[in-house]
Each structure stands twice: as C-alpha cells, then as structure tokens.
Design a protein around this ligand. Structure first.
Ligand code: SF4
Ligand code: SF4
Length: 418
C-alpha cells in the first residue's frame, strides 16, 4: 500500500501518492453492486451515495480531481462505519477498508473545514486525544459515573456528559470476583503480554480483570507493561494514519521491552488495529477469544456449568476485520449449560463503530434499534459481545447485562473452584 504524504496539510493540494493509492483501490471496483444490499448505511437511506459503490465513485472522482468535496460529499463518506461488510462479499477483492481510511485521510487535507471528516474538528480531536485515549483519565471519569449511578443519579450524569452521555451504558457490570494474582508464577507455561487499551480502567475493566484471571488459570503469566497506550484505531479511521502508526509502534516497543512475543488483546477492534503492526516487530497479536481457542485441551482448567441463556453479538471487527465470525460461539460452546441465542441481523453493524457512535449518534441508534428489539424478544440472561465499543453501545440503549465472552469463562472457572 502506498502511504500518504505526511507533509501534506490543510490548504495544500493533497499528495499525488495518496490520490494514486485511492485510484488504485477504487479502480478494482467493477461497479457490480453486489455489496450494496449488505451495507448498513445504505439500508437506512437507500441513497447510492450512502453505500460502498457510491462511496467508491465519490472517492474516485475526488482523487482524479473531477469532484471537489463539500459538506454533502464528505458526509456521505464520513458516515461509513468502516464495518467492511462490503469487503467480505466483494467478488473483485476491493480493499474497501483501506480505501475509506485513505479517503478520510484525503478529506482531512481539504482546505474547507466543512469538507473534512467530523472527527477532525477541534472539539472531537480534543475529546479523543485528552480523554478517550487516556486510560487513567477515562478510568477516573468512569469511576465518577459509577458513583453517580450508585447514588441513583445515572440519568443526570448522562445528561451532563453532553455528547458522551448518550453512549454511556445504563446498567453497569462489575469486575467479577475472579482476580488473578499479581505475583510472578513459580513455573508458568509461558509469559504473555496483556493489552489494556484505553478502556481497560473504565468500561472494559471487568473484561480485562477476567482475562487476567483466565490467563493465569491456564497456567500463563500475564505481563502488563506500563508503557502501552491506545491501539490507534480512532486515529486510523479519522484520517490520521501516521498518529495511528505511532501508537502501534509505542505499544510494540513496550511489549518487546517487557520481553514478550505474544500480546493478548481484550477486544476485537483493538486487536484488529494492532494486527496492522509489521511482522518485523516479531509480535503475535491475538484477541483473547482466539488465544483461548488455540489452547491445547491439556491446558484447560476445570470449568463448571453455567445455566444462562446468552444472546451472542458478533462485532464487525471480529466478523469482517479479523475474519473470525464463529470465535465467540466456539468459545462459549466449551462452557456446559449455556444456551446460545441468535440476535436478528447479527451480520449487520450495530452502529457503534469506534467514534461514530459519538459523531453520528442518530445513525448509530437507528442501526442499534432492531438489535435491541431482537434482544428484548429473546429475553436472555446476558448479552455477549467481544468488543467493548459494541457492548457499551448496546448497553446504552437498554438496561442490559452485556459482557465479553472471557467474563463468562472466568465465572465458569471460578464456579468450578467452589
Ligand atoms: S464499510 Fe460498512 S458502512 Fe461502509 S460502505 Fe462498507 S458496508 Fe457500508
Ligand atoms: S461488490 Fe466489489 S466490485 Fe462490486 S460494486 Fe461492491 S466494491 Fe465494487
């Protein structure tokens, strides 16, 4: 892939290299339209420009200098969820994910602010760079929300939190009692890095705690280097590929310095982003579900039966980016007693899509509505999603218990010890 010119900035003609990269990918499209009915945003508006084929045409026009992006054109492109459902069905192998990321980078260089991606506005960049990608700050804000929720002031907190309030879960889950020891294990099977992510001290804290406990129960020493940070996904999909690459490099350096070659990530979106690290780093990146499925049966600890009805949500990052659509079901099938339920329209994006849920909340909620209706009908004990963004988005729309698959496994292991 050609990389964009890092010196290009707003007000300059965007680099030829970036335009060429866009054209190269866009010209792979034969405009057959097979992808169009699979596109969630097209399903909302039935406007060709809100589907993959239309967006590819727009990007081709922009990159060839035949179309000057304005607010309308930019919105059609920027409301793409980067879910990549179109990519998985495309018979021509169009690299749509790369194309739309390059497209947002191209728009970010436009002189007119209205033509740039919404996430590039000062307010959103500040929110992203000063809070959302800062684990400690986000963790503190999350703790404040928890306290207010406990005091019965959750509704007020959501109203006061401005654009973030709509995205906050209504029912909070707690870290389970399965806490791993922080001490070095005497003779572990191996040492593995554990990636915390920006939400590891906030909404993803219960899943990270469960992952630590499960990794330990499988006989491995989890290593959590302090120098790790954001995976870079929010930058990568907002038109800032260099910032995303720096985040990936920072994480690679932190884990290599800690002496681990394998990094376990709790969440499919972060895992997909870190997987973009070049092989030269010598790091294997695995989402916790995938890592657990790769364990030999001799490594499995004793597990107990859990009699839950579980509605399984499959994130686009798990289905379309990592191409592991069955991973969550396969892991949960290992726990006796669970009844796995299918949410209608599970192959379609729930609307969370990283910062999209904040940038375009109406679209995000329209995409979520049918899933919540299906979940309501299923009336499960718990909803499971392998991505924290999707889990939070679902839990923001209804009083639901939404967990990651590893949390159920941790509960099952703990129950077996009692
Ligand atoms: S990535 Fe998703 S939202 Fe974007 S064009 Fe493809 S199917 Fe539609
Ligand atoms: S399926 Fe592929 S080739 Fe056909 S319109 Fe969609 S992106 Fe283009």
């Amino acid at each position: 892939m050609n990389s964009p010119n890092p010196t290009a900035s707003a007000g300059q003609r965007p680099s030829t290299t970036l335009d060429q990269a866009i054209q190269s990918d866009a010209l792979d499209c034969v405009m057959c339209g097979i992808c169009v009915p699979h596109c969630p945003t097209f399903s909302l508006t039935h406007n060709e420009a809100d589907g993959p084929r239309g967006r590819i045409s727009l990007l081709l026009g922009i990159s060839q200098g035949e179309l000057t992006p304005d607010a309308d054109v930019s919105r059609h492109l920027d409301t793409c969820l980067t879910c990549r459902a179109c990519e998985t069905v495309c018979p021509s192998g169009v690299a749509y994910g790369r194309l739309i990321d390059n497209g947002r980078t191209r728009l970010a260089q436009e002189p007119a602010p209205a033509a740039r991606p919404r996430g590039e506005a000062r307010f959103w960049r500040l929110l992203r760079d000063q809070l959302l990608t800062r684990r400690r700050r986000l963790g503190m804000a999350w703790q404040m929300y928890r306290v207010m929720q406990r005091l019965g002031l959750g509704g007020m907190a959501r109203r006061l939190a401005g654009p973030m309030g709509r995205a906050l879960p209504r029912q909070l889950t707690h870290a389970g009692p399965a806490q791993a020891s922080t001490q070095e294990m005497a003779s572990p099977r191996g040492r593995v890095g554990l990636f915390m992510g920006c939400t590891g001290a906030a909404m993803n804290a219960p899943a990270v705690a469960a992952a630590r406990a499960v990794i330990t129960a499988f006989g491995y020493q989890p290593v959590i280097p302090g120098g790790q940070g954001c995976c870079g996904a929010m930058h990568a999909h907002s038109g800032e590929p260099e910032a995303a690459a720096r985040q990936r490099q920072r994480n690679a350096a932190a884990f290599k310095a800690a002496g681990v070659d394998e990094v376990i990530v709790v969440g499919t979106a972060c895992s997909a982003e870190l997987a973009a690290l070049p092989a030269s780093h010598g790091l294997t990146i695995r989402e916790i579900t995938e890592w657990l499925l790769a364990r030999d049966h001799t490594e499995w600890p004793e597990i107990a039966r859990l009699d839950y009805r579980v509605a399984v949500h499959t994130p686009c990052s798990q289905r379309n980016h990592l191409r592991q659509p069955e991973a969550t079901r396969q892991l949960l099938a290992c726990i006796p007693g669970l009844e796995l339920l299918e949410i209608d329209g599970n192959t379609r994006c729930c609307g969370a899509a990283g910062m999209h849920v904040l940038l375009y909340p109406e679209q995000a909620e329209r995409l979520r509505d049918p899933k919540l209706a299906s979940i309501k009908q299923l009336a499960p004990d718990v909803v499971v999603s392998a991505n924290v963004g999707c889990a939070s988005h679902l839990a923001a729309g209804a009083k639901l218990v939404v967990k990651q698959p590893v949390e159920l496994l941790a509960e099952s292991i703990l129950a077996a010890k009692r």
